[in-house]
Structure formats: structure tokens, C-alpha cells
Design a protein around this ligand. Structure first.
Ligand SMILES: O=P(O)(O)OC[C@H]1O[C@](O)(CO)[C@@H](O)[C@@H]1O
Length: 502
């Protein structure tokens, strides 16, 4: 049976059973729909499937070969078939496979990490007070999120991230910095990304050090050296790590600078431990597989087009932005690995922000709007501050929202009626340690991979972003007055820009 048919069979069977009924009819559900892996606890009780549907979903994971595909990826097989590459981000954080490709990748990643740690120590010893990290997408979102989540060491150089080519971003970042005590890291796997190279040119002119404090992280070291970055300050990346899976590599250089090498290694350890769990555990004990099956259920059995992720921990406020690239760049595909139409809906829109702020913004729509938006709600059991009352309030809100969304509350006044039936998954970390954070990110990575296997799509290419980049290259000369683009609307807009420019 195909994926869609298998989902439809269960969805049709459950069509007249509400989430409230599912919850009321099975007192064991809260326990039996939950599982733990290391510091991560996941509870799926408030998803609108029952035990029989869950069993069918788990059988689907087996029949689609989710675990075997994961093993092939970890072993270093060419899983990114459109680009003929392995996807070995797991080798960046553990020696998980005896396969030669994977083991060699682990060794080269380890050697690079040792070099990177030496560079971190030297930067600190040299009296560098600020570091400008230039990169975009996978060369920015991961490090930016992790540094924000873990917090910068008080005695470390302050790391400032700039991604946008908008000159205001760079200008704001360097305002108040002293070029004499600032180092620059240019992070670009391709070393060919317009935004990063444009920002690098401006930043290097501002730095005015002849390149002495400029570092690069790239899979094209010769391109970095060609613009004057000394070879000893270039850290390698490899084509077997996708940008959005790369924070564990030298792309994490700003993380190691800001939070220290020990906490960086602990982050990797947490992810590596989770990888091992995924390799060894059956699907039933694998939170990522449950999460992926739930995502596919919501998308294709229930037709829900978006998913909101709301961390109830301010330190995780950049997680939604990080996940948007991880999920939507990986799963925003319409064709299978063989190039045929997928025959199901793939990635929903992922969005969200930190609770409780989000409650006072868009939760009205989530409670009473016409669209049902499944959610990932995330909490951290133990806070790292001394304000116990605040933390209790935060957790109470997290639990209350999940209950209100699911159960609702009926009222005669339609305006005051809460329909309920709005599904959510609750994720809890014991504490926001680097290990737990590594586990959380690896949990999402593996869910994305499992979803890609269920849909039979390639989670590791991103050709969809290329056309816009090519057109921007062609538009630039027209914007500078050298001819027209040939697209009537674009040319009209360029003329309008010209008329209004100061
Ligand atoms: O690291 P690079 O090569 O500068 O690319 C940055 C980002 O651009 C993309 O290729 C497309 O947006 C991402 O996949 C990548 O993370």
C-alpha cells in the first residue's frame, strides 16, 4: 500500500473521533504515547491518532525502510543522489560506523576540530575582544542559534553575527567595535555566496589589518586564499556536509569562541549520543521517527499546511528560525529521488517564536482560527536562574496552552467557544545543557531525515534557491544602468527605483 493510501485508511477510520474523545477514552495514553531518549522526553498523547493508527504509522516506517536509510546515511553511502554525495554530519560528532567513508570523515573532522580549538585558544590569548562572523543560511543560523541558546562566556571575545547583505546589518554590528581588537570569520561552504562575499569586502576594508585577523571556514580554501586569507587561518568544510547540517563542523568556530571548546565538545557529545540511540533503537523507541510520522500524519492524513514550534524558554527563541532552514530547505521538494511527482504534500510551513510572548501575539488564531495548526511545544524542566516563581509561571503556561488547544471549552456564545482538537507534541529537556541542546538539534535532524525517507525525497539538495540567485546576478547590471533584464515587470520596477533614488 502506498504512503497516502495507508494514511487515508487510518484517517478515514478516525474521521468521526475527536482528539478529546481519543484522550478521554484511553487513560493510559499520556504514558503510552510518550518516550525518552537521554535528556529528551517527547509526549505525543495530544496528536489525533489512536494506538492502531500509531501502529500502522510505525509499520509504515518499517516498510519505507526508515531505519535502514538512516544506517546507510551514517555509513557514508551516497544518499544525496542528485549531487552524488554522502551526508555525513553524524561523523562530525561521533565514530558511529566502521564503514571506511564514515570513519575517514570522523578522523578528518576530529583533526579539524583540534586545529579549530587551538585557534580559539590563540584568539583568546591574543586579546581579541570582538569577532564578526559573516555567513548566511547554514553558515549562520546554526552558530547564531547555539550561541544565543548557551550564552557567551563572560571572558570570551564577543561574537557578532552578520548575515544580511543589507548594509545596515553590518553597520549596526560594527558600531562601537574597535577594528584593532576585532577578528573576522568568513563562513561560506561554497565561498561563492553573494551576500557573504559582499559583507566580507566591506568588513575587511573596515578591519584594515591586511588580513592578519581574518579567518575563513570553507570547502574552497583556494578561493579564501585568493582574497588574501592566509592558509593557516582557513578551516576546511567538506562536500559531505550540507550547509544546514554543518554547525557541528568548523562552521561552529564562532560557537567554540563564544561558549568555549569544552561546551562545544559537549554539544557534539549530546548529538552523538542521540545518533547512537537512533542507530540502535527500534522505531518505537526513537522519538525522531515518532515525530516524523506525526509530521507526515498531520500533513497528508489531515491536510494541515503549517506547523508552529514554540519553545517555552527564551534561550531557544532562535530555534524556529534555525528549523525553518533545516526543515523547509530539506523537505521543500515536489519530486521523489527518481524525479517522479511525490504524490503527497511535503513540507508544511514551519514557523513560531518563544512562549509566552507568542501567546499574546498569534495564539488567538491557533485557538479559534479556522485552520488547525499542529504544534511542537518545548519546555526545559530546570532553569539556570534563581527566579523560581518565573519558571513555574512559564511551565504552567506551557502545560495550560497544550491542554487548552487540545481540550477546548464549550460555551453557548460562539465567540467564547473553544473548539479544541488542536494537536501538539510536547518536548521536554531536563536542563538546557550543551549536551541536551545537541540532542534536541539531532532529534530534529533525524526527524527531517525520516520524513524525507517516508516521502522518498532528497533531504540534502536545495536547487530551488538557485534560480533566484542567478536572476539576481543578471539583475544587478540592469540596476546599475547597463541594459535591461528583458522581464517587463522587473524593468519597470528598475525604472521606478531609478526615478526615486536619492
Ligand atoms: O555556505 P554558503 O556556501 O555560503 O551557503 C550559504 C547557504 O546558501 C544556501 O546554499 C542556499 O540558501 C544554503 O543551503 C546554505 O546554507
Amino acid at each position: 500500500m502506498g504512503l497516502q493510501d495507508a494514511l487515508d485508511t487510518q484517517a478515514t477510520r478516525l474521521n468521526t473521533t475527536s482528539l478529546q474523545e481519543l484522550l478521554r477514552s484511553d487513560a493510559t495514553r499520556a504514558e503510552s504515547f510518550s518516550l525518552r531518549a537521554g535528556p529528551l522526553y517527547a509526549n505525543f498523547a495530544r496528536q489525533d491518532y489512536d494506538k492502531a493508527a500509531l501502529d500502522a504509522l510505525l509499520a509504515l516506517a518499517d516498510s519505507r525502510g526508515v531505519r535502514a536509510a538512516y544506517k546507510r546515511m551514517v555509513d557514508g553511502e551516497v544518499v544525496n543522489v542528485t549531487e552524488q554525495r554522502p551526508a555525513l554530519h553524524t561523523a562530525l560528532r561521533g565514530d558511529l560506523s566502521p564503514a571506511k567513508t564514515a570513519h575517514d570523515a570522523f578522523e578528518v573532522a576530529k583533526a579539524t576540530r583540534e586545529r579549530m580549538h587551538a585557534m580559539v585558544r590563540k584568539l583568546r590569548a591574543d586579546g581579541i575582544r570582538d569577532v564578526l562572523s559573516l555567513g548566511i543560511g547554514g553558515s549562520d543560523l546554526g552558530p547564531r542559534f547555539i550561541v544565543d541558546a548557551l550564552g557567551q562566556d563572560a571572558d570570551a571575545p564577543r561574537v557578532h553575527f552578520v548575515s544580511n547583505v543589507d548594509g545596515h546589518a553590518l553597520e549596526r554590528a560594527i558600531a562601537g567595535l574597535d577594528p584593532a581588537t576585532t577578528a573576522l570569520i568568513i563562513i561560506s561552504k561554497s565561498f561563492n555566496t553573494q551576500e557573504t562575499l559582499a559583507n566580507a569586502e566591506v568588513a575587511r576594508a573596515w578591519l584594515g589589518d591586511g588580513g592578519a585577523r581574518t579567518y575563513a571556514v570553507t570547502s574552497k580554501p583556494s578561493s579564501a586564499e585568493a582574497i588574501g586569507v592566509a592558509a593557516e587561518r582557513v578551516l576546511p568544510m567538506w562536500d559531505w556536509v550540507g550547509g544546514r547540517y554543518s554547525l557541528w563542523s568548523a562552521v561552529g568556530f564562532p560557537i567554540a569562541i563564544a561558549v568555549g571548546c569544552e561546551r562545544f565538545d559537549a554539544l557534539l557529545r549530546g548529538a552523538g549520543d542521540y545518533d547512537r540511540h537512533c542507530l540502535e533503537a527500534p522505531a518505537r523507541d526513537n522519538p525522531s521517527i515518532w515525530h516524523a510520522l506525526t509530521a507526515v500524519w498531520n500533513r497528508d492524513a489531515r491536510g494541515r499546511g503549517s506547523l508552529a514550534v514554540v519553545p517555552y524558554d527564551d534561550r531557544l527563541k532562535l530555534l524556529p528560525a534555525y528549523l525553518q532552514q533545516l526543515v523547509m530547505e530539506s523537505l521543500g521538494k515536489s519530486v521523489t529521488i527518481d524525479g517522479a511527482a511525490v504524490g503527497a504534500q511535503t513540507s508544511p510551513v514551519w514557523w513560531g517564536s518563544a512562549g509566552t510572548d507568542a501567546q499574546h501575539s498569534y495564539f488567538q488564531m491557533l485557538h479559534q482560527g479556522t485552520a488547525i495548526v499542529p504544534m511542537d511545544l518545548i519546555g526545559v524542566v530546570n532553569a539556570d536562574h534563581a527566579h523560581a516563581a518565573n519558571h513555574e509561571l512559564l511551565l504552567a503556561n506551557l502545560l495550560a496552552q497544550a491542554q487548552a488547544l487540545a481540550m477546548g471549552e464549550s460555551a453557548d456564545d460562539p465567540h467564547r467557544n473553544y473548539q479544541g482538537g488542536r494537536p501538539s507534541t510536547l518536548l521536554l529537556l531536563d536542563a538546557l545543557t550543551p549536551e541536551a541542546l545537541g540532542t534536541l538539534v539531532a532529534f530534529y535532524e533525524h526527524s527531517v531525515h525520516a520524513q524525507s525517507v517516508l516521502w522518498n525525497i532528497n533531504a540534502f539538495d536545495q536547487f530551488g534557491v538557485e534560480l533566484g540567485k542567478r536572476l539576481a546576478d543578471r539583475t544587478l547590471p540592469a540596476l546599475k544602468g547597463a541594459g535591461a533584464t528583458g522581464d517587463a515587470v522587473t524593468d519597470t520596477l528598475i525604472a521606478e527605483l531609478g526615478r526615486r533614488a536619492r
